[in-house]
Ligand binder design. Structure first.
Ligand code: DX5
Ligand code: ZN
Length: 225
């Protein structure tokens, strides 16, 4: 049975797969996106290292797209609100790195952004259903965080379905976002499971025409492609 969201799907290209030497141009190339997904990695929570507040600050001046900052970092309580202060629309951090997720969510919201909670593929959803009331987005990782270009893990989709049921029954109000391995082939299963925000790195920036790739993903997520 499909638990597809009735909401319009949001497509969030990940600049992790962009050319970092030409970031402003790369962001212009996805101007038809809904959110811009900004992966922050610290070489501790994940083995990779990407970018931090100075780059987000500069990029903020280069586009009007809402920033969806995905913090794959230790000690998110030290940094999360700072991204909100830089103008992020949404700041998402990992529950595996957080001692007190609710407190961080409140700090993000107090600094003017929406709050998101991310869970890795091996992290169950059930222990966190209660605290999700303090969040605007649940990010279900569909790969192990750290790198773009990995294969989609369909086995995590039951967590998306469970979260969508909680939303449909009125117990939660949340965006349900999937991140990792999303392309024209995999997005349908994620949409049918109930996701309404779709991060796509390599399938957008690896395409000849990133804007056209976004439109194709959007059509598929709507069930029209
Ligand atoms: C991975 C990042 C993703 C990544 C997705 O840890 O969180 O946002 O950019 O890249 P693709 O779409 O190539 O799997
Ligand atoms: Zn991400």
């Amino acid at each position: 049975m499909s638990t597809r969201s009735a909401a319009a799907p949001l497509i969030a290209p990940s600049i992790l797969s962009a050319d970092f030497a030409r970031l402003a141009d790369e962001v212009q190339a996805v101007a038809n996106a809904d959110w811009l997904h900004v992966d922050v990695m610290d070489n501790h929570f994940v083995p990779n290292l990407t970018l931090g507040p100075p780059v987000v600050k500069s990029l903020r001046a280069a586009t009007d797209l809402p920033f969806d900052c995905h913090l794959m970092i230790d000690a998110p309580e030290r940094w999360a609100a700072g991204y909100a202060e830089l103008g992020a629309h949404n700041v998402t951090f990992h529950v595996e790195a957080a001692a007190d997720p609710g407190q961080i969510a409140r700090a993000i919201r107090a600094a003017g952004a929406e709050a998101g909670l991310a869970i890795k593929p091996g992290t169950p959803l059930d222990p966190y259903l209660e605290i999700l009331a303090e969040f605007d987005t649940l990010l279900v990782m569909t790969v192990e965080p750290g790198f773009g270009g990995q294969e989609f893990m369909a086995e995590v989709l039951p967590k998306v379905t469970e979260a969508r049921r909680r939303v449909e029954s009125g117990h939660l109000r949340l965006h349900i976002e999937v991140d990792g391995g999303i392309n024209e082939d995999t997005i349908t299963a994620a949409a049918e499971a109930g996701a309404d925000v779709f991060v796509a790195g390599s399938s957008v920036y690896g395409a000849d025409d990133p804007a056209a790739a976004i439109e194709r993903l959007r059509a598929r997520a709507r069930g029209a492609g």
